[in-house]
Design a protein around this ligand. Structure first.
Ligand code: HGY
Ligand code: MN
Ligand code: MN
Length: 421
């Protein structure tokens, strides 16, 4: 094995066609008839995808391991010492797309294949990582939070899916002991830097006709569960003025929350009531209980906390005049996270050297990279999303853009793996 300066920085050993083939194969796990995927963390489809990916990593000559929380790690190069972490996630949202997360993991794998194609072993280790449950079927950014020590034992014990399935139980089904999850934490000196290639999931790059986005910061994300409790009653015999209708309260609160958003906050602030359960859920019963998620995202922490407060005040006012109970539970809060200026500079320089059009931009989506930002230099590379669509089966990024993202990732990795940086 030859160790030292790369003969591969040119990327001539990269095979974008092999990456495309991998994306197609991975999309078959939890694949939908319309080309999308449903592959939540710890599901059967997810577990099958992990088995397949483990084999691909092995075949690529990586040393493969699974950590205490279920992250799949493929390491190339020295067994000891800080590693360049290159990863993302292969879990998906329900009825999601085939590129979200998958691109970052499979592009990292393809870079590893290219690096070893002619016997080059980097002076510094590379780790290709598929972080578990980035999408938060149980706990958002579970795997990357665990690896960087941003997870409490109580978070894992408390975590559950929207149908009530507990994280500790599905971890056990996957052969993981949730009581050991804290062992997934690694010290900052394990990491030289972290880089994630990801689809933009928005319209900015496509509308600006740009090849690459280099992320400056990831928006903050405040996620809470809001519960309105009233009284289930007969839909036919119960007069409107005697009802304690939890659904009517939730509907009024949602409407007023969006009115406040549009009146008092800027166009870049996001408010989403994405999941809503109406109980008991029969057409002839006045809803006695509504449980819904409330997600707020913005670039400024103050904005997030102000909107969260305003939404809570609206809910409490609605509950008071409709005779309902109201409860808000904070599920998670990730502050706005800046990416490393040094990594941004290198990515911009290398993108320029490759003649890829690019610009610096914030990320409206959360990513595993944000878990690393305060433990090592961290960066995110975006490639365009067609029609800005994501978290949708028709998510698509054209092969030429995927190839440019792959080549930029590879050139950046060569810079870090063989240089003294
Ligand atoms: O929701 C997000 O921003 C990410 O896709 N998990
Ligand atoms: Mn996603
Ligand atoms: Mn993602």
């Amino acid at each position: 094995m030859i160790v030292g300066k790369p003969a591969v920085a040119s990327g001539k050993w990269l095979r974008p066609d092999r990456l495309q083939a991998d994306l197609v194969t991975l999309a078959s796990f939890g694949g939908l008839a319309n080309g999308g995927v449903t592959r939540p963390a710890f599901s059967q489809a997810y577990r099958e995808a992990v088995v397949w990916l483990r084999t691909q990593m092995n075949d690529a000559g990586l040393t493969v391991s699974t950590d205490a929380v279920g992250n799949l790690i493929g390491r190339l190069g020295p067994a000891e010492g800080p590693a360049v972490i290159c990863g993302s996630h292969i879990d998906s949202v329900l009825e999601g797309g085939r590129y979200d997360g998958a691109l970052g993991v499979l592009a990292g794998l393809e870079c590893a294949r290219a690096l070893t194609a002619n016997g080059q072993v980097p002076a510094r280790a590379l780790e290709v990582v598929a972080f578990v449950d980035e999408e938060g079927a149980f706990l958002s950014l579970l795997g990357s939070r665990a690896m960087t020590g941003r997870l409490q034992k109580s978070d894992i014990v408390r975590a559950a899916a929207s149908d009530g399935t507990r994280l500790v139980d599905v971890m056990e089904t996957s052969g993981l002991d949730s009581r050991q999850a804290a062992w997934a934490r690694r010290p900052p000196e394990d990491f030289n830097c972290m880089v994630e290639l990801h689809i933009e999931q928005g319209p900015v790059l496509e509308s600006a006709l740009l090849d690459i986005g280099i992320v400056t910061s990831v928006v903050g994300l405040h996620l809470s569960r809001l519960t309105f409790s009233g009284q289930a009653a007969h839909a036919g015999t119960t007069p409107l003025d005697t009802r304690r209708d939890a659904m009517r309260g939730a509907a009024e609160a949602i409407t007023r929350a969006f009115e406040a958003l549009e009146r008092d906050f800027g166009p870049d602030v996001r408010l989403t009531f994405g999941a809503l359960n109406v109980l008991p859920g029969s057409s002839n019963v006045v809803p006695g209980l509504v449980v819904m998620t409330c997600e707020i995202r913005a670039e400024s922490e103050q904005t997030i906390l102000e909107l969260a407060r305003d939404v809570e005040l609206i809910c409490r006012d609605v509950a008071a005049h409709r005779g309902l109970g109201f409860r808000r539970q904070l599920l998670s809060y990730d502050p706005p996270t800046a990416m490393s200026a040094r990594i941004i500079d290198v990515l911009a320089r290398v993108a320029g050297e490759l003649s890829f059009s690019h610009h610096l931009m914030p990320s409206g989506a959360g990513h595993d990279a944000q878990s690393f930002a305060d433990v090592c230099p961290t960066g995110i590379i975006f490639v365009p999303s067609q029609n800005g669509l994501s978290h949708n089966p028709f998510e698509f990024t054209a092969p030429e853009y995927i190839e440019r993202g792959l080549r930029l990732l590879h050139a950046f990795l060569c810079h870090r793996l063989f240089a003294s940086a």
